[in-house]
Design a protein around this ligand. Sequence first.
Ligand SMILES: Cc1cc2nc3c(=O)[nH]c(=O)nc-3n(C[C@H](O)[C@H](O)[C@H](O)COP(=O)(O)OP(=O)(O)OC[C@H]3O[C@@H](n4cnc5c(N)ncnc54)[C@H](O)[C@@H]3O)c2cc1C
Ligand code: FES
Length: 322
Amino acid sequence: MHNNMSHCIDINSPYCPCLLADTNHCVSCSRLQGKETCDCNWAGVCVMYEKHWQPKKHTSRGGEGTVVRVEVETEYQVIQQINQDTYRLEFNLPDDFAKSLDKAGSFIFMRKPGDPDFYHFPVGIMKVNQNKIQVVVEAVGPKSRRILTSGDTNLLVRGPYFNGVLGQPWIDNTENSRILLVAGGMGQAPALAIASKLMKKNNKVTALLAPGYTGEIFVDIELIELGIEVENVVSMRRSGISRLTCLFADHDLVVSAGPDEQHYGVIDAMALAGVNLPMAATNNATMCCGEGICGSCQKETSDNRFIRTCKVQTNFMNLVRD
Ligand SMILES: Cc1cc2nc3c(=O)[nH]c(=O)nc-3n(C[C@H](O)[C@H](O)[C@H](O)COP(=O)(O)OP(=O)(O)OC[C@H]3O[C@@H](n4cnc5c(N)ncnc54)[C@H](O)[C@@H]3O)c2cc1C
Ligand code: FES
């Protein structure tokens, strides 16, 4: 992936063309932005052609030719309590839905059945085993507490969404390489999904883990079982970031899974060590619709554009620091 290149995560998926193409706001196609000429960065598919000549099945909430995400009801089981407010949950989804989530960077929106739409919140996928899905949820505020403290275990799950990691092409396309995986706190959950993808491509992965605000390291054993060399630190800020400066030299790619503060720490550590590795980083934007519509996930890029990060893939290093 070129450093400044942005593209829509949904292109070439069943979810393209999306609702944005109905209103001249397509992320990829200049014609579907209302311009006269085509200046797309050919991604193997013409969104304009798909929109006008390959209409897909549409549903009640989508425009003509638009496939919208499904929402299904399921029931979760708590399979691990990680700390007072953080739980590993498992639930079943229909086969196709579960399969579509078996991808680094996948996430879903969750809410309790009967609650209004605005209760839903994004949650990253940690593990997919056939139709069983595992996630880790921290009950921090009104939306997440509603799932975990309302007394019943019914759940509405909407998805699949794919843009949970910025710089994802590096994860998808890196093989036979050495990767440094830095994971802190809740970032450990997507880190497990990312690590299992990387290991399938014959990469050698070293993981540096810290408990973060969750207070626990909860993926180290599973990472070791995948064949990953794991180093645990007490605090990413106090000891992990400085430890990184010694580790960069042996690696081709760095993946940071955790809060933005950790991503910035990794970038600063690379600058200090005089290395410039490509970096993939978990996407921590505030997301409400996940469809590029509401604007809550919008970020400014270093070339003064505004992108909606629920849809648009970019290099995290190109985003203006908050
Ligand atoms: C791609 C993605 C994957 C995520 N994966 C997980 C996960 O695996 N497990 C997990 O527990 N949490 C995850 N989150 C964060 C989770 O969505 C928020 O913790 C949740 O929305 C908090 O809502 P609340 O009402 O419980 O708390 P609030 O009190 O509203 O917020 C608590 C914290 O969560 C952030 N937050 C609030 N609403 C949102 C929102 N709509 N989108 C993103 N952040 C929000 C706030 O900025 C604040 O820092 C993920 C977020 C994103 C964007
Ligand atoms: S979450 Fe609504 S535009 Fe991205």
